[in-house]
Design a protein around this ligand. Sequence first.
Ligand SMILES: Cc1ncc(COP(=O)(O)O)c(C=O)c1O
Length: 416
Amino acid sequence: MVVNIERLFSRKAKTLRASEIRELLKITQIPDMISFGGGLPNPSAFPIDIVHDCIEKVFKSDIKNAMQYGSTEGLNTLRGALAKRMKTKKNINCELHDIIITTGAQQALFLSAFCFLDTGDTYLSSVPTYLGAVQAFSAFEANCESIPMTEDDIDIDSLRRNLERLHRTGINPKFLYTVSNFQNPSGETLSLSHRKELLDIASEYDFLIIEDDPYGELIFEGESIPPIKSFDTKGRVIYISTFSKILAPGFRLGWVIASKDIIDKLVLAKQAADLCTNIFSQYVAYEYINGGYLNKQVLEIKKLYKRKRDIMIKAINKYFPKEISYNIPKGGMFIWITLPKNVNTNLMLQKAIAEKIAYVPGDAFYPDGGNYNSIRLNFSFSEDETIIKGVHRLSEVIKKEIKLKYNNGPVIQEGV
Ligand SMILES: Cc1ncc(COP(=O)(O)O)c(C=O)c1O
């Protein structure tokens, strides 16, 4: 008998959908294609020789344990080293027992969703936001209340209005999700005052904050702003970070800092998910921190990415038409471009791919959709020359699209 597999899938599994954009971007692997679409670190930022040395140390010191199952919480030496680093670098007051090591930040998001979201629950997220978080939260059939950004920061007035409205209808959001530094996709950073205000609002309305911070270390200029977690004295913030951008994503190592009650629950959820994070990776990452390599490598990565950002900005200034606007991110891996209102960047992507240039349309970063005139460009991955070539190619596609739209009628102005 032929299996009717659809009938057997769980309700949650049935809600999982492949992202059209991800599918489309798969074809970007064809030769000569330039892709600013993926959010990949540059392979030359991987500390290959250092990792080699670290692995040798693991082989010499404790290889048998490095090949054994580990504890669900994570390797104690690594947790201790992270606690120390988070105190000195981020001003987060935490001890070893406040930390769990996860299989990347992505698992931390998924486990947090598992622990806090029931079907029909509501969470808040500033938009545009990280697609992977929306995917993790949607898997638990939760509703997202999107909070817009102002020019460069979360719109606090809109957040308050939304909370009042939800409150009147008896809805109490479980948490607010935010990427505090050099956001994926917008490149923006929450201001200090808004970080503090978010925590006050979370306390007033009694919800948690999930602060996702994969890019905070990749700061090119200005002062680092302390994370929301550093002001949290009541255990209201779940802080998530990762080795993906400061070592290599292939290690699949992330971590969570949260109150004991939350960590205990995450540990149980993780036991059910994968027992423990790759223990060999954890040993290597510990040597990477303990040997003093991490700080040096972060300096190298920042230098590399700053150069790439500058090259991309210079090329944008040179080639893009005057109708577009963009931000200059002070760190991270992404530039957010806004096109005239009547350009649909979802539709334009097909044309761009035909010209062998790819990007991610902004709409993909809005859980409710509806933002059609923006795009995210990644500057960390491509070679310097390729960045210039790619921006040039894309500028031609954009110019053609704008011209086409002008010929088809006037530009629709904001608010119309
Ligand atoms: C904002 C954000 N959070 C989480 C992740 C997932 O990171 P990881 O590789 O640690 O799972 C990413 C990956 O790009 C990201 O941009």
